[in-house]
Design a protein around this ligand. Structure first.
Ligand SMILES: [Ca+2]
Ligand SMILES: [Ca+2]
Ligand SMILES: [Ca+2]
Ligand SMILES: [Ca+2]
Length: 397
């Protein structure tokens, strides 16, 4: 269960070695059992795999030329409501080329341009053995990310095809990738982060691996596993609902309906860094210049709009029904607490009423037309007495 407690100024952040999974350490301390999402795969291919049940790549561009195709006439996928707007922190590993060191490059819409990136840098074995920090970047958004149905945001790296393999089921070939991988974490307050469980079953490299090919169907929930180069643009989806059992979410420190930060942590692919199951992660290593994760963009799919409890981008009877269903019992956005005070009552009803009929799209932050100009609808007026009665029944005085 998720609470709506929002600690904007959380206590001292937990410090976690990159060699371990933060949540695992924390939960172990509590004496509980951590069960990472045990998904068997095969995970999605690097491009155009819409039916993969785990992590179907999301096209950065859509239009008459087809999904994921970067060309004149196609447009940035309107699935994405928003894009990163602010660099909260950029701490690359040493050695990133100057032209790949501008973190603002990761802000704004996806471009599909594999040179329009900021690099996080890589670590060689002595640096890893020394415990040097890996490169990271933390981005913020104009509007917070929320846990709606399905994936809630997507990361765009600049992975490209660097080999081929054959799908055993279809006999069709697909691309193996030059994929520089990283962990993905989210935060409400910028202090406490929750990391997505990840999987990497890439076989141990036989030798030099500076140009290691990664089979994307072996990799899950790591930034960098989808193609965003050479005229193709595909983002890696992340679904906040997968963090519902994370200790920081359960404690209320991370609110899945109020995510304000996304942090990317590069993984030097030596095998020293592990997935959530304890398996070593391999990727091209050691890379130089535009080394490590090359972040191009982060797109937002879901954020909360006033009164739109069910994330269908309009405030109407569907949301009103959720108010009724959760009257006096709801505690989170998806259980109709749109005011964030931990209960569902007339204050939440008022928000829905005030925004009745508003519709929200890509520019919804400014185009929403709720408020006094919209007369109280008949449906709302009719629902009010019933809801009030419902409230009285549940809490007799
Ligand atoms: Ca979701
Ligand atoms: Ca890259
Ligand atoms: Ca709605
Ligand atoms: Ca409320």
């Amino acid at each position: 269960m998720i609470t709506t407690l929002r600690r904007r100024h959380a206590s001292t952040p937990r410090r976690c070695s990159p060699l371990h999974v933060c949540s695992g350490v924390f939960v172990a301390l509590l004496g509980l059992t951590l069960t990472p999402t045990a998904l068997a795969g095969p995970y999605s291919k690097g491009a155009d795999d819409p039916n993969n049940p785990f992590d179907a790549p999301l096209p950065g561009f859509t239009g008459p030329a087809g999904d994921g195709v970067v060309t004149a006439g196609n447009v940035v996928n309107p699935l994405f409501l928003d894009w990163a707007t602010t660099v909260a922190d950029y701490s690359p590993a040493p050695g990133v080329g100057a032209i790949w060191s501008d973190p603002a490059t990761a802000l704004g819409e996806v471009t599909g341009n594999n040179f329009h990136i900021v690099s996080l840098g890589d670590l060689d074995q002595p640096a890893i053995d020394n415990g040097d920090p890996t490169g990271t970047i933390t981005l913020q958004f104009n509007t917070t990310i929320a846990n709606g149905p399905g994936p809630d945001f997507a990361t765009f790296e600049n992975a490209f095809i660097n080999g081929t393999a054959t799908d055993p089921n279809t006999g069709l070939s697909f691309g193996l990738l030059f994929a520089e991988l990283g962990y993905v974490e989210v935060s409400t307050d910028g202090s406490t982060f929750a990391r997505f469980d990840s999987t990497s079953s890439t076989p141990t490299p036989a030798g030099g691996q500076a140009f290691l090919t990664v089979n994307p169907t072996d990799v899950h929930n790591l930034v960098g596993k989808h193609i965003n180069a050479g005229g193709q643009s595909w983002g890696t989806p992340f679904d906040l609902s997968q963090l519902a059992g994370h200790a920081a979410v359960l404690s209320g420190q991370v609110d899945l309906f109020d995510i304000q930060y996304v942090r990317i942590i590069d993984i030097p692919g030596s095998g020293d860094y592990l997935d959530s199951h304890g398996a070593p992660i391999y990727d091209p290593w050691v890379t130089v210049d535009s080394s490590g994760v090359d972040l191009e963009a982060i797109g937002v799919i879901h954020h909360t709009f006033p009164g739109d409890i069910n994330f269908d981008r309009t405030t109407d009877i569907g949301d009103m029904a959720l108010i009724g269903a959760n009257w006096n019992t709801g505690t989170t956005w998806d259980t109709a607490d749109v005011t964030g005070d931990g209960s569902v009552d007339v204050a939440d009803l008022a928000v829905v009423g005030a925004n009745w009929g508003a519709t929200y799209g890509n520019t919804a932050r400014i185009e929403s037309s709720p408020g006094a100009a919209v007369p109280a609808p008949t449906a709302l007026a009719a629902a009010l007495p019933a809801l009030t009665l419902l409230g009285r029944r549940k809490h007799p005085s």
